[in-house]
Design a protein around this ligand. Sequence first.
Ligand SMILES: Nc1ncnc2c1ncn2[C@@H]1O[C@H](COP(=O)(O)OP(=O)(O)OP(=O)(O)O)[C@@H](O)[C@H]1O
Ligand SMILES: [Mg+2]
Length: 190
Amino acid sequence: METRSRIRRQMRQRRNALTPEQQQQAAARLAQHLPPLLQQHHYRHIALYHATDGELDTAPLIHALWQQGIKTYLPILHPFCAGHLLFLHYDAHTPMGKNRFGIAEPQLDVRQVQPVHQLDAILTPLVAFDTQGNRLGMGGGFYDRTLSAENAPPAMGLAHSCQQVESLPIADWDMPLHAIITPDTIHLCR
Ligand SMILES: Nc1ncnc2c1ncn2[C@@H]1O[C@H](COP(=O)(O)OP(=O)(O)OP(=O)(O)O)[C@@H](O)[C@H]1O
Ligand SMILES: [Mg+2]
């Protein structure tokens, strides 16, 4: 457990040390190479995240997906089920707010909720990954709970390549990813 927090600290430092130019170029490369892969799988409904804390920025990717008619969804903290996420449809007109972690999220509107089993893929943020598909997040267990649901769609982690470690110490409840996508590489894991 001590190791997990040490890895978290180190990897958050690394990604926050990337310059705005490096972040911008990484996001642009992601937006170029990922959409063809998603198209290939005929994904129409994709959950992703709004970047914070040096995470790989998804804004250019989201715009590329919209241009291809793919619908995008963002997580919000579940209003009464602690530790769980809800996924809301997100487009250019979605009213946004901030959750208790200071992360931007769509304002709760039940008409926009998409059940997890009606998503084709979930693109998760992460703090550290290994090429076995193991994921270390921010420590809330939110994605582990989401991905352990029956009928949860395939999950792919998005990360800078500097977030890769040789091998992560994994806990019983950690849900592995099907793939890890960096600005330059696709690691297929399962
Ligand atoms: N399916 C689950 N049901 C109940 N508790 C869970 C489940 N998955 C994880 N947890 C709890 O969540 C806590 C945090 O888990 P973990 O350290 O793996 O977070 P993480 O994967 O880094 O976070 P996140 O997914 O939010 O980025 C752990 O204490 C664990 O017991
Ligand atoms: Mg976990």
